[in-house]
Write a protein that binds this ligand. Structure first.
Ligand code: ZN
Length: 55
């Protein structure tokens, strides 16, 4: 069950339905499902690929 957190209707509750521009790869209108802490300590929402790359 927990693995389905990012699926289905959960996304639609988010602002812009979980989509936006990834600050790292600058792709637009992709799903930003992951929050990372940047070097200055703020939270950024990034796409799946960038969350992997950062980690
Ligand atoms: Zn990205």
């Amino acid at each position: 069950m927990a693995s389905k957190n990012h699926r289905g209707k959960t996304l639609w509750k988010l602002p812009s339905r979980g989509r936006g521009t990834c600050p790292l790869c600058n792709r637009t209108r992709i799903k930003l499902l992951y929050e990372i802490v940047t070097e200055d300590g703020s939270m950024e929402k990034v796409c799946k690929e960038c969350s992997k790359r950062k980690a």
